[in-house]
Design a binder for this molecule. Structure first.
Ligand code: GSH
Length: 235
């Protein structure tokens, strides 16, 4: 069965968290909008009785699931990216939701007033929000990821248990995005959080992930994406 991923063309966005799981598992999938255009998403949400509020969403036969964390919760067991234990699956889901929170906060740095406004229309607020993010919020998130890595009873190679899970892939993507958006800040932060930095590099070296990152399926980050680089917001 070929999974069908629906996400905006032209950006990595939140779809990237799903792509990384599918790529790591070597699963057959189609990035539908990249082939048919963004309007194709309306043709799905207009027809099903469980329409997703926003992309990404995944179609697997008659299952349509939206919300990045819910998609990964659904795919995890199917792709072999979670352990058997229900307790650990719930823990991985909790980590994923926290990564999603951090993604939203990173996005809100450049759009603190409204998503429908241009960055140029909210620059003073963005500067204030960026300061908060740099000084207080980001260190809290990174601290938590470093802590849970060091508390994993199976060792600090992966976030949960002895094997890679989709949460590791998502933490990798979070660090990629943050490093693009805030290169100066992240260079300093990653020195303070070596376990996160090592996990990031370990994921990048996974054969399927490395192949994917070198492929044209992996889009370059850009200024329309969730993680955006504005030099004035990075210190
Ligand atoms: N919580 C959702 C957020 C989904 C979301 O915000 N999607 C963005 C693109 S990354 C979108 O298209 N939003 C349109 C909207 O919110 O109206 C998730 O994690 O998937």
């Amino acid at each position: 069965m070929t999974y069908q991923l629906y996400y905006w063309t032209g950006i990595q966005g939140r779809g990237e968290f799903v792509r990384l799981a599918l790529e790591e598992a070597g699963a057959a999938y189609e990035d539908v909008a990249r082939r048919k255009g963004d309007r194709v998403m309306e043709t799905v949400t207009g027809k099903v009785d469980t329409p997703s509020f926003a992309p990404p969403f995944l179609k697997d036969g008659d299952v349509v699931v939206g919300q990045t964390s819910a998609i990964l919760f659904y795919l995890g067991p199917k792709l072999g990216l979670v352990p058997r234990s229900p307790r650990l699956r719930l823990w991985i889901h909790q980590i994923q939701l926290t990564i999603a929170d951090c993604v939203t906060e990173a996005h809100d740095v450049h759009h603190p007033v409204g998503v429908d406004l241009y960055y140029e229309d909210q620059k003073p607020e963005a500067a204030r929000r960026a300061e908060q993010f740099r000084i207080s919020r980001l260190p809290l998130f990174l601290d938590w990821f470093e802590t849970i890595l060091s508390r994993n009873p199976a060792g600090d190679t992966w976030l949960v248990g002895r094997k890679l899970s989709y949460a590791d892939l998502s933490l990798f993507q979070l660090i990629e995005g943050l490093s693009y958006a805030f290169p100066r800040l992240m260079e300093r932060q990653l020195l303070a959080y070596p376990k996160i930095a090592e996990l990031h590099d370990r994921v990048a070296e996974r054969p399927n992930i490395r192949r994917y990152l070198e492929s044209d399926r992996r889009l370059a980050p850009n200024k329309w994406d969730i993680f955006r680089h504005y030099s004035e917001l990075d210190e």
